[in-house]
Design a protein around this ligand. Sequence first.
Ligand code: GLC
Length: 432
Amino acid sequence: MKATVLALLVSVAAGIAVSEARAADLAIACSALGKERELCQEGIDEWAKRTGNTVHIVSAPNSATERLALYQQLLAARALDIDVFQIDVVWPGILARDLVDLTEIAGPRADDHLPAMVKSATVDGRFVAMPWFADVGLLYYRKDLLEAAGRPVPRSLAELAETAQLVQERQRAAGDPGFWGYVWQGRAYEGLTVNALEWIASSGGGTIIDDAGAVTINNPRAAGALSLAAGLVGTISPRGVLNYTEEEARGVFQSGHALFMRNWPYAWALGESPDSTVKGRIGFAPLPAGEPTETSHAVLGGQLLAVSAYSANRELAIDLVMYLTGREEQKRRALAGSVNPTIPALFDDADIRRDAPFIAQLRPIFEGAVARPSAVTRSSYNKVSARFFDAVHQVLSGSLGAGPALERLAQALRREGTRRGWAKGSAEGSAK
Ligand code: GLC
């Protein structure tokens, strides 16, 4: 018995010596949106301290579309430089074959996470990424300015436009010529896919492609929603919004020059931070519905952590991912950065309820959130999304009417779906 214990101790000691001898330097690509880089740094520092390894951050572009292009280049070149990638909830189907299957280690913990995030992480039965945080689109507003104008938080886009126009005129007359009613993300990139899908889904116009693979985008409600949005540009939203990502919109809102903003939860902690011009004067609500009779739907966003199939430090990289996506770290990030956890049990956590009530209030908005059609279109999602945001951008910039733009888009999407085998009916069509 004694001998067995001794042998065990010796082998444990040897294990420690070996892992110390092999202390590695890992690289993680994480986003720098708002406070994200700082939060990522704090998390990896803690893991490094606990394990004796080092980790450095490789900065990834803020624009989701540019980030994906960079990742695809690195993975296609089988680059060894990055061990862990922060990936978007809509990318697992695109990147799956270059990512390590985490089923064995992470599988037992999957049930702790939001089912929608787990679903997106699972490609052909392989669990290729651990959910890290969940995003949902929100309407931010200036409480003080709404109160002064005697207006409620708008529930429809038309109501929002009317209030925005009124307050915009007042603020401009009061000496802020650069004041705008509504800022959002209108650049031709993934963020525009999100904004436009929110307008469309909240107008009863569907989700571009349904779960079965039918292209549904060419419908009058979707066209109506896009025409309405196009009418915002140059009236209550600056023309520059056509080149805004999340951070440009936040810049205008947080410096006090906009009444309303569409953005993700991360903007809350920053808007309420000590150096924010609008601290204490902002509120958030569900996004407006497209029509007063419709239900508002935010788009589900979020990020996961995945291990590169080409990592030379696979086991350590998995350990890092499990630490960063674990309960303790998700709780810390929720408290420090209003980053929404993917572990629903944390919504009921006493500290989060007390110190980050914002998080608990997001719950109903998550319940009505819609997903982008990434599960059904899988590896062609980025093409589908690019076609969609390009078409929407044309409508917003006035170069094409919503009707013809959507008709053309639907044809292109059907062709893509038939070629790639996801379009409804294409399975029969391609079965020769
Ligand atoms: C956020 C979301 C992500 C979305 C992106 C669009 O990063 O988490 O899901 O694709 O914004 O800009």
